[in-house]
Design a protein around this ligand. Sequence first.
Ligand code: NDP
Length: 376
Amino acid sequence: MGSTGSIGTSALEVVRSLGPEYRVAGLAANRRWRDLADQSRAFGPSAVAIADPAHVESLRPLVNGSTEVLAGPEGLVELARRQDSDFVIAAIVGAAGLASTIAAVEAGKDVGLANKEALVVAGSILVPLARRTGSRLLPIDSEHSAIFQSMAAGRRSEVHKVYLTASGGPFRTWTGDQIALATLEDALRHPTWDMGPKITIDSATMMNKALEIIEACWLFDLRPESVEVLIHPESIIHSMVEFCDGSVVAQLGTPDMKTPIQYTLTWPDRAAGCARRLDFRTIRRLNFEPPDMERFPALRLGYEVARQGGTAGAVFNAANEQAVQAFRDGRIPFGRIVELTERVLERHRVETRPTLEGLLAADAWARQEVSTCLKD
Ligand code: NDP
């Protein structure tokens, strides 16, 4: 799901490198139908799905005759459910990935989860659903993969806390005034990771880390106080777990998503990796600093939302998605992304035990609120 994106294309590289034991049964994207057609011819899936139905007729003649073409968001849901696959990589960006992720979990498939927004919006639905169907949510996010791997060094009851590392993004050393007026080009210049545009902007506001705090709470059943964000500009330690005896276990690697993607596919085993390796002879030092909550208020919001639960995550995520889009469209300055998100959160009355419909309604409400604020 999201095969044409940054994670999706890396996942296909991993599959190719793993060899014939792994077969691609389906591919799905939104609009980039030419890329989807190329991928389809290269990997020969039994079906492809394109979320934007406007492109289905352009796509159809370009795929292999034996490949079925599904269309619309419901086409993606059908693809995620189909019985000819046993593993789904959820790599759609934003809440748009929720429906197909739920479908895969409902079908009892294991899911390699990159689409953190799905958990932020609907962790309260996805996590219990996965428990019921036996589906496992295996984290692709490098930090959560690191936590998952480090946790294997002890028992769950022995975990004292988790250090969620963050590069600090392109504005780590900028003043608050400079950050407020950063351009789109500035925000898209990430110092260590090469990613899709939305997550790159989220890294610049540190909204990405805020989403990851919530993601970690859902994935590992943690209280927000047990998740400590630590700035580590080199992005070599991907996160750490501190156990009750004071031992800290970390996972290290080059900043390349192919490593955590592959781990979800081969888990609980490991296979030869295709990413560049660390060379400790060239790493002189690893730096750490506490995050600055004043310049990066998104982090404070992330903790608040994680504590509130209920519909707060859906509102937080949707408001941020809309605000990021407004910034990308040149409608608001960079500094307003987090400000708008906070304003919408403040106006929201959290429903504590929402249904999926309640979460989707909160998501729609938050998007509408951002539009209203933009008109003010
Ligand atoms: P990209 O923007 O590079 O790719 C997004 C993918 O989602 C594309 O295939 C796109 O299709 C598809 N898509 C977008 N909107 C829709 C929609 N409405 N319906 C169906 N498909 C849609 O994003 P990334 O790969 O960077 O990120 C994907 C997810 O992984 C995000 O949740 C992100 O937070 C997470 N992640 C990413 C990391 C990275 O290194 N990139 C690291 C850790 C997590 P199309 O190409 O046709 O538009």
